[in-house]
Design a protein around this ligand. Structure first.
Ligand SMILES: CC(C)(COP(=O)(O)OP(=O)(O)OC[C@H]1O[C@@H](n2cnc3c(N)ncnc32)[C@H](O)[C@@H]1OP(=O)(O)O)[C@@H](O)C(=O)NCCC(=O)NCCSC(=O)C[C@H](O)C(=O)O
Ligand SMILES: [Mg+2]
Length: 299
């Protein structure tokens, strides 16, 4: 069963992007059931509105808000004239993490880390994987977590930028993009990062969105970056454990807890070979379920 001693793994099923310039959306975001919000200072804010958007975030952080949501700030590109002021804001507001757009190299992470030298150790860096160079270097970038960028905690794919640069057309099933998506997942998993699938722009097309969530989950993503509140419920559903997975995890945990199986590493469960690695997976899934249940009841 659920073991409270397992390390705390935050939920990242649904990360909603909220334009920092949109006060109404910022107000609404607090009460939404997404696992996290990405307060966006980059693409959704016009250049002349950046300072007003930063002011909105100062106000947002001064208000009481849900402890259940992870809060990220997406800054402008490190090469832009806005990055320094954005990072100063991040230092002042202490979100859970800062999302760096268009990360292409380890040097980008070094630069981001240097801005945050005086920040609390738990302030995370998340990197957007959304350029051709970024995807090519995904393994090296992820490995920086074990070297010069220990704050690095997650990747978020950005397909709008990646499609623009590579000219891959938006087609059903994301056929030509799948190898690059899998490269990002592989790099993230090799170095213990969370990994989040890209936004889906047609927020009124719920059916295709659900298919993309199913695909993202099958590819190994932890969750999806979202642009609209209507996408939260399906993302939470598809990136959370299904009824069948819960039943299976419980059956595996129950089987290994039987006295006759205590000293066995491999057992026969209804005609299938089950090993202790499956028990670890089952325990992780049940821990995630427990967190989801707790979220429903916590303010
Ligand atoms: C896309 C939108 C501009 C649509 O907004 P709107 O026209 O207001 O839609 P609705 O009328 O359907 O909205 C219904 C209510 O929901 C609120 N709302 C909408 N979106 C959000 C949101 N993101 N967060 C919180 N609340 C939201 C509206 O205010 C309405 O409320 P009410 O007034 O009570 O009825 C809009 O959805 C939007 O701006 N979305 C986010 C855009 C964004 O953040 N873009 C940047 C991230 S995308 C990205 O990162 C791409 C990546 O870099 C890449 O390369 O791929
Ligand atoms: Mg982008």
């Amino acid at each position: 069963m659920y073991d409270p001693t397992l390390p705390f793994q935050p939920l990242y099923r649904s990360l909603l992007s909220v334009p920092a310039i949109n006060r109404r959306a910022l107000e609404k975001a607090i009460a939404l059931e997404c696992d996290g919000v990405i307060l966006d200072l980059e693409d959704s804010v016009a250049p002349e509105k950046k300072e007003e958007a930063r002011d909105n975030l100062r106000h947002f952080f001064s208000e009481p808000r849900s402890q259940a949501q992870r809060i990220f700030i997406r800054i402008n590109a490190l090469t832009s004239e806005f990055a320094e002021d954005d990072m100063a804001l991040v230092l002042a507001l202490h979100p859970h993490g800062v999302v760096i757009p268009k990360v292409e190299s380890v040097a980008d992470l070094e630069k981001a880390s240097s801005f945050l030298e005086t920040a609390r150790a738990d302030l995370q860096i998340w990197a957007m994987m959304e350029t051709a160079r970024g995807i090519l270097n995904a393994g090296l970038i992820a490995a920086a977590r074990e070297g010069i960028a220990p704050r690095l905690s997650g990747f978020v794919v950005g397909l709008n930028d990646l499609r623009k640069e590579t000219r891959v057309l938006p087609r059903s099933g994301r056929t030509y993009l799948v190898p690059w998506l899998m490269q990002v997942v592989l790099a993230a998993r090799a170095h213990g990062l969370a990994v989040i699938d890209s936004v889906f722009n047609d927020f009124r097309d719920g059916e295709t969105f659900e298919q993309e969530c199913i695909q993202g989950r099958e590819m190994g993503f932890d969750g999806k970056m979202l642009i609209h509140p209507a996408q939260i419920e399906p993302a939470n559903r598809h990136f959370g454990p299904s009824e069948a997975e819960i039943a299976e995890a419980r059956a595996i945990a129950a089987a290994f807890s039987k006295p006759e199986n205590t000293h066995l590493n491999v057992i026969n469960l209804d005609g299938r070979m089950i090993e202790r690695l499956h028990l670890e997976e089952a325990e992780k899934l049940l821990a995630q379920l427990q967190q989801i249940e707790t979220r429903k009841t916590s303010p």
